[in-house]
Ligand binder design. Structure first.
Ligand code: CP
Length: 299
């Protein structure tokens, strides 16, 4: 496999292989200073802001012994009109082995793949509202640290589903792994009309009841017209997770959020900061899973 640009490129056994690699790295005495990727150079190009994904890809590459270059796009020649293609061809000429790219445009990776030499690897770190494959992998890896039998879990994803690449990749990944119990809920204007891999719910109660895993999503204002942004004061009351609404779910459920969180909007601080929240575990696993993905593609 050359690139990871869409989670649907992976089979269940390939996902399993990435998780096995993550376990190997985790149990290694050299998990922070391995030489697995010695001699490889990875360039991170983030055309959208990021904390978790950018830093975890940087740490992942460095902890495997690769050279990692974070291209500061605000100071690059893209500001002088250099195109994306010319930027990538320029960096490619410097013998980069792998590009990790975040970009606001859906499906941009298809174009980028066509420009790259055959030996170069590409990882999608989030394209528009389309895909965020490594987020889905770290989410499922985290779920499996708490739950067995992924296919039988009721997994509820709540919030701005329509603009969420995280939701798309997670629904696809769960489908690949045999789960047919994903439930989606949010304000009507932030929900898809239909989804062939998930149930669209009509109330917070029916969504949360018997949920084993709850994934809360923020409102992605950066992808929305002003008039579609919900009233934030009412939002928490109708769609937010707090101690009261959490009580509707299974007592042993876990609460997840890909971050960044907007406290008091989609999730209360009390829920975000306490058990059964696994939000910071997701962050921790993000580095490990990105190490595993880089090793999977580059070795
Ligand atoms: N989950 C996620 O993609 O977070 P960042 O935008 O901080 O990378």
């Amino acid at each position: 496999m050359k690139h990871l640009t869409d989670i649907k490129q992976l089979s269940a056994s390939q996902i399993q292989r990435i998780f096995e690699l993550a376990e190997q790295i985790k149990s290694s005495s050299k998990k922070k200073n391995s030489k697995r990727l010695r001699g490889k150079t990875i360039a991170n190009l983030f055309f959208e802001n990021s904390t978790r994904t950018l830093v975890s890809f940087e740490l992942a590459g460095k902890r495997l012994g690769a050279h990692v270059v974070n291209v500061d796009l605000s100071r690059s020649s893209t500001t002088k009109g250099e195109s994306l293609k010319d930027t990538l061809l320029t960096l490619q000429a410097m013998q980069i082995d792998s590009f990790v790219i975040r970009h606001p445009e859906n499906h941009i990776c298809r174009q980028i793949e066509a420009w790259l030499q055959p030996t170069i690897r590409l990882v999608n770190a989030g394209d528009g509202n389309h895909q965020h494959p490594t987020q889905a992998l770290l989410d499922i890896y985290t779920i499996l640290q708490h739950k067995k039998n992924i296919e039988s879990l009721k997994i509820s994803i709540i919030g701005d589903i329509k603009h969420s690449r995280v939701a798309n990749s997670l629904v696809d990944a769960l489908h690949i792994l045999g789960n047919r119990k994903v439930h989606l809920y949010g304000p009507q204007q932030l929900l898809p009309l239909s989804n062939d891999k998930a149930h669209i719910c009509t109330s917070m109660q029916s969504t949360l009841e018997q949920s084993d895993v709850i994934v809360m999503l923020r409102i992605q204002k950066e992808r929305m017209a002003e008039h579609n942004i919900p009233d934030l004061e009412n939002y928490h009351q109708n769609f937010g997770l707090n101690r009261k609404t959490l009580g509707l779910a299974n007592p042993d459920c876990i609460v997840m959020h890909p971050g960044p969180i907007n406290r008091g909007v989609e999730i209360s601080s009390e829920v975000a900061d306490n058990s059964p929240s696994v939000i910071l575990q997701q962050v921790e696993n993000g580095v490990l899973i990105r190490q595993a993905v880089l090793a999977f593609l580059l070795l």
